[in-house]
Structures are given as structure tokens and as C-alpha cells.
Design a protein. Structure first.
Length: 399
């Protein structure tokens, strides 16, 4: 199979979209498939890579939206159409499509190639958080236009599926995220690291891992600042770091970590708290759970599917999150139940491997190709899409 991936984000920028694309590329490589990636170029002072596992990376220019450091935008150029046309893929994979992915969707449609869109970023929610009301009002209309040009849309959670369908997006299916249960493991817990964070050795370590940006809501951890029994640890970096260091004066800020350092940090926590309500999935929760760490998250978006209340953590209502956080943390950190919660957290992700998720994705690729072929006709050696009004006359895509 030949797969063209158009990604809104890719190395050297590391985030949930990038990580998912990397796992997909690794699986495609292991299974003998071919791929190409079209992605934004690196920001200033970042070094680009020309390929990944031998798969070519085609770059387009990158611009930043004012005030929104978490949302760099790849500028659509003729490189998008040229790369897809030259590669001649069987399917186009749109990773969190918005601007660059939108260009990929239009290109695939024009060339008669089936596309699968993976919904990963709540752009409308981000825009609301940044008080960009105009962008927020336009985001769903644009998202609907892009996704409905594709054969399938894959969403990572039941809440994301509900949200997409409520905004008129068709053919939505569930595709979650895998987690590296060998890298993220309870055995990585480090007493040396815990003593660096808390020299007294008496405090419970409560942490957050992620980008320090407004939409992540990390300021809500201020509810624990005055608790002398808790040591806050913030892993990550971003535009809000200076502000957060002022709001959380007693917290340890490690900066961004990766690989074994990140795995040790996760496993050395007693409790993980994700504070933002705009996550379509929230991979950080799965990584914490794989590390044997109970989790708290908002009752919104992806965390709803990942946290089983009282079993591996607790969900808090967004309006009262800050108010409810101290008592929720105290409940989960109680010595009587904490060991059981740690074991439950690990067990809850035991079967969520990337290999299984990527095999499911290949199945969706096949479904998209088959569905697209049912909805097209071939004339003069080229395949053309049948107009939407004929949809009711031909077999359902979900058949």
C-alpha cells in the first residue's frame, strides 16, 4: 500500500499529532508499505530532517498565528499537489487537518484519491480559549468542509465522535491511540528523582506533563499550592511557563523531557492531573496510566473514555475543577487505596498497543479505498467521483 500523509505538525515539532504520525510510519515501514509525508517546515533555529525511516518528508513554509504559539500553520503551496501527484498513493492520510490538511483533502478529491481524515485537534476550542471569536465561529464550518470531502473521518473518543456528528460531519469512526507500555512502565519509578523534587521525602508528588500553553489550563493546579503535603512537578515547556512559575511558586519545573527521562518522570509521580478541557484524546493520561499513576482529568473530551472513576482516577466537572481538585487529590492519594489505584491504572492500558491500533488503521485505509471505488466511475482511464446526490442510490459507505 502507498500512503501519502499530510500532517499539520511533524518533527522537529513534538506533540500528539507528530507522535501519532511517527507510530503510523513505523508500522507502515515494518509491514513493508510505502509512504511520504507532507508537513510544515521547522521553526526558526530548529533543524529539519529530510526523511524518516527512508520515507521522504516534503516541507512547506510555516507561519504562526499571533498569540497562539501552539498552533503553527503550514502554508499550502503547489508542493502539496505535486508531492501527492508524483507519489501516486492508494490513500491520503490527513493528520489533524486544518489548513495544510485542507489543501491535502482538496488535492485528493481533485485527483480521485480516497482520503482518511484523523481528527486530533479541537481548533474551535483552542480559538475560544484564546478569545479569537472569529476563528472559532469559522472553525467548524471549515472542519466540516474538509472532513466531508474525505471517505472516512477517524476520531479518538466517543465525545469527539458526538461533537463531529453534531456539526454535520459524516462517516465518523473510532480510532484511539496506542501507548508504549514498555517505555512507560511502573518499574521506571525513581526514588533518586523523587528526592530531587522533594528533599524531605515526605510529600506526595503530583504532576502535569504537557505543553505549557493557555488551552492546557495548568493554572488550575494553583489549588494545590498551599498544601504542604504535596509537591507539584510540571514537565513541559511553552509560552505560559513564565506566568505559571509565578502562579505556582513552589512547583518544580523540569522543562520538556523525552524518552527515558520522561518515562522516569511519569513513573515517579504519585498522581497525574490533566487540567485542560480541549483534548480530543489526551495521550498524556494513557502514558501516566501505563506508568502506574492514577489520574485526574476534566469531564470533557478524550479523558471521559480514559478515566474510569474510582478505578484508575477521577473526572472533575470543568466549572468547578479548581474547587474540587484538592479533595479529589486527597481521595486518590489516600494510602489505603493508592496501591490498588496504581495497579488499576496500569491494567487499564495493558491492551492498548500501537501495533494493534495501526493494524486497525490499515483496515480503515482499506475501507476508504473500497468505499471510494464504489462511489466513483472510470472514464478514459481516469476515476471520477459520483455526485453526492446519488449517494442514496448506491451502497452505504458503512456497509
Amino acid at each position: 500500500m502507498r500512503v501519502a500523509i499530510v500532517a499539520e505538525s511533524f518533527l522537529p515539532n513534538v506533540n500528539g499529532v507528530t507522535n501519532s504520525v511517527l507510530r503510523v510510519l513505523e508500522h507502515l515501514h515494518a509491514q513493508g508499505h510505502d509512504a511520504i509525508v507532507v508537513a510544515p517546515g521547522a521553526r526558526e533555529f530548529q533543524e529539519e530532517i529530510p526523511d524518516y525511516l527512508g520515507f521522504e518528508i516534503v516541507r512547506v513554509p510555516t507561519v504562526m498565528i499571533p498569540l497562539v504559539d501552539s498552533l503553527p500553520i503550514g502554508v499550502p503551496t503547489t508542493a502539496v499537489v505535486n508531492a501527492i501527484s508524483h507519489f501516486k498513493p492508494d490513500v491520503v492520510h490527513l493528520a489533524s487537518p486544518f489548513v495544510l490538511g485542507g489543501a491535502g483533502a482538496f488535492a485528493a478529491s481533485q485527483m480521485g484519491i480516497p482520503a482518511v481524515a484523523l481528527y486530533q485537534t479541537d481548533v474551535a476550542g483552542f480559538a475560544t480559549q484564546y478569545q479569537l471569536s472569529l476563528l472559532s465561529s469559522m472553525a467548524w464550518e471549515w472542519t466540516r468542509n474538509v472532513h466531508n470531502r474525505c471517505e472516512l473521518t477517524l476520531a479518538p473518543s466517543s465525545e469527539a465522535i458526538r461533537e463531529l456528528e453534531s456539526h454535520g460531519i459524516r462517516d465518523v469512526h473510532h480510532w484511539g491511540r496506542g501507548v508504549d507500555t514498555e517505555l512507560f512502565h511502573p518499574a521506571k519509578r525513581s526514588e533518586v528523582l523523587r528526592r530531587q523534587w522533594d528533599p524531605t521525602g515526605r510529600k506526595k508528588i503530583v504532576g502535569f506533563v504537557g505543553r505549557l500553553a493557555a488551552e492546557k489550563g495548568v493554572h488550575r493546579l494553583a489549588a494545590l499550592v498551599d498544601d504542604d503535603s504535596v509537591q507539584l512537578v510540571i514537565v513541559g515547556d511553552g509560552p505560559e511557563r513564565d506566568c505559571l512559575e509565578r502562579k505556582l511558586p513552589n512547583a518544580v519545573f523540569t522543562g520538556a523531557l523525552g524518552g527515558e527521562q520522561l518515562a522516569r518522570a511519569y513513573a515517579s509521580l504519585d498522581l497525574f492531573v490533566h487540567t485542560g478541557e480541549f483534548e480530543t484524546f489526551c495521550q498524556a493520561i494513557q502514558e501516566a496510566q501505563a506508568s502506574g499513576v492514577p489520574t485526574i482529568g476534566p469531564r470533557a473530551g478524550g479523558p471521559i473514555d480514559l478515566i474510569q472513576e474510582g478505578y484508575n482516577g477521577l473526572l472533575l466537572d470543568v466549572p468547578t475543577f479548581t474547587q474540587d481538585l484538592p479533595s479529589a487529590a486527597g481521595y486518590l492519594l489516600d494510602g489505603v487505596r493508592h496501591a490498588e489505584l496504581r495497579a488499576n491504572a496500569r491494567e487499564s492500558v495493558a491492551d492498548k498497543t500501537w501495533a494493534a491500533l495501526c493494524e486497525q488503521l490499515l483496515g480503515y485505509y482499506g475501507k476508504a479505498i473500497a468505499g471510494y471505488n464504489r462511489g466513483t466511475v472510470e472514464l478514459f482511464g481516469r476515476r471520477f467521483a459520483v455526485p453526492d446526490w446519488t449517494r442514496k442510490l448506491r451502497p452505504s459507505r458503512s456497509a
